[in-house]
Design a protein around this ligand. Structure first.
Ligand code: NZQ
Ligand code: ZN
Length: 384
């Protein structure tokens, strides 16, 4: 018998502009928000690819007054948010234009809620303060992976507090996101692979979340099948627009609410553990997930074989046991040239005790398959 779905309200207020030359619509949108623009970007990829010059040309056409914050790093840190927010506050910017991948857009989301207040962004994460206003955010996405372009989440690190985790506020949905797959053609092979892995992992988190929602499950299977079909060929043909297009759309749909309706939430234990690997060793986000997922599945296999078997059978379109599914998923990550053990990253000085302690400090668990300290210790052993 089918189970009841959770009640839900589905509102995704981000306007998505998708496709070749999507940026041609940028100026119409910019003009709706005012002249003073805070332009936020990363460590230089947009200058190398020429996108920076294009964006500046668009901004000139609308006679924008531009204030730039350059240098957001991958696995972004909270200090940068405060510095950029101070710049935006000083100049009373009307709108933020974020150009980059998840790290840039997540930082811009935090900047958007921090500009209107007089306290550090960290106060939001520690729940000392709640955001009440945000400067409108327009995004130009350059890397298909996180889904941040159409969701209310932002992930931030604070090394002083030994912290990396996600934060959510409906105020952090971008007002508009521009997705031209041509802009992702320059993403290097490794980050292209991590992005594909990340979108698959978002589907898995939704799959393993608490609640019954068969249509959401079907969306999940379909999105992962797109990634399985088009991901490996893309790694052999990085300049292929059609393949970039498929992956970019799949990545947005994997974490924009579509896969979660009717469920209480995703599980998110694997993301929680992966964030700690990024915090401690700067492991790229997607790689942290391909390392942790096989270990997590092996650990919960005995307790929840049905759900894992259904996932494997669905995504590979053949009848598989839980055990077979886990090995096939590990092979899939290998076919995407992603590490499936922490030792494969070549990082030196790894301490399993430190990983375990940081997981405990960050209270990493899971919404459905709740992990206790002894579970975390065993999962760490499985992915080293
Ligand atoms: O810094 P630049 O020079 O721009 O270079 C970036 C960076 O080195 C480069 N890059 C981006 N677009 C490029 C490009 N290089 C060449 N051509 C292009 N078109 O790629 C590198 C990685 O960028 P980054 O933004 O860090 O990657 P990603 O998009 O994977 O974002 C990762 C961050 O997002 C968080 C992760 O935890 C991590 O901090 N996540 C955010 C989520 C959300 N907001 O919903 C959900 C995810 O699960 C994830 O946790
Ligand atoms: Zn992710």
């Amino acid at each position: 018998m089918p189970q009841f779905m959770e009640n839900f309200v589905f509102c995704n207020p981000t306007t998505l502009h998708f496709g070749k030359n999507a940026l041609s619509g940028l100026n119409n949108v910019l003009q709706q928000y005012g002249r003073k623009v805070l332009l936020v970007y990363g460590k230089g990829s947009i200058k190398k690819t020429g996108l920076y010059d294009n964006v500046m040309d668009y901004l000139k056409e609308v006679n924008a007054e531009v204030f730039e914050y350059e240098g957001i790093r991958p696995n972004p840190v909270i200090e940068e948010v405060d510095t950029a927010a101070a710049l935006g506050r000083k100049h009373k910017v009307d709108v933020i234009l974020a150009v980059g991948g998840g790290s840039v857009i997540d930082s811009a989301k935090f900047i958007s809620i921090t500009i209107p207040v007089q306290h550090p962004a960290w106060d939001f994460i520690t729940r000392k303060a709640k955001p009440v206003k945000a400067v409108p955010l327009i995004c130009i996405l350059t890397l298909a992976a996180t889904g941040t372009e159409m969701n209310p989440f932002a992930v931030m690190s604070n090394h002083d507090a030994n912290f990396k985790d996600g934060y959510a506020s409906p105020l952090m949905y971008p007002a508009h996101s521009f997705l031209d797959p041509q802009l992702t053609v320059t993403v290097p092979r490794n980050y292209t692979a991590y992005g594909i892995a990340d979108l698959i992992a978002h589907c898995f988190e939704a799959w393993f979340g608490p609640g019954e929602a068969t249509l959401s499950d079907r969306f999940i299977i379909s999105i992962v099948q797109e990634a399985i079909k088009y991901g490996p060929p893309l790694l052999k043909d990085l300049g292929n627009y059609e393949l970039r297009e498929k992956i970019m759309y799949a990545a947005t749909m994997a974490l924009n609410g579509l896969t979660l309706q009717g469920k209480k939430s995703g599980d998110w234990a694997v993301h929680g553990i992966g964030h700690i690997l990024s915090l401690l060793y700067d492991v790229p986000h997607g790689a942290s997930l391909t390392i942790v997922y096989p270990a997590w599945m092996k650990y919960i296999e005995g307790k929840y074989p049905d759900r894992i078997g259904l996932l494997g059978s669905g995504i590979f379109n053949e009848s598989l046991t839980a055990h077979e599914s886990i090995w096939r998923i590990e092979d899939l990550f290998r076919s995407l040239e992603c590490p499936v053990r922490l030792s494969e990253t070549g990082i030196v000085g790894i301490s399993k005790q430190k990983i375990f302690e940081t997981l405990v400090i960050n209270k990493v668990s899971g919404a459905n398959y709740k992990l206790k300290e002894e579970d975390l210790r065993k999962i760490v052993e499985l992915f080293l």
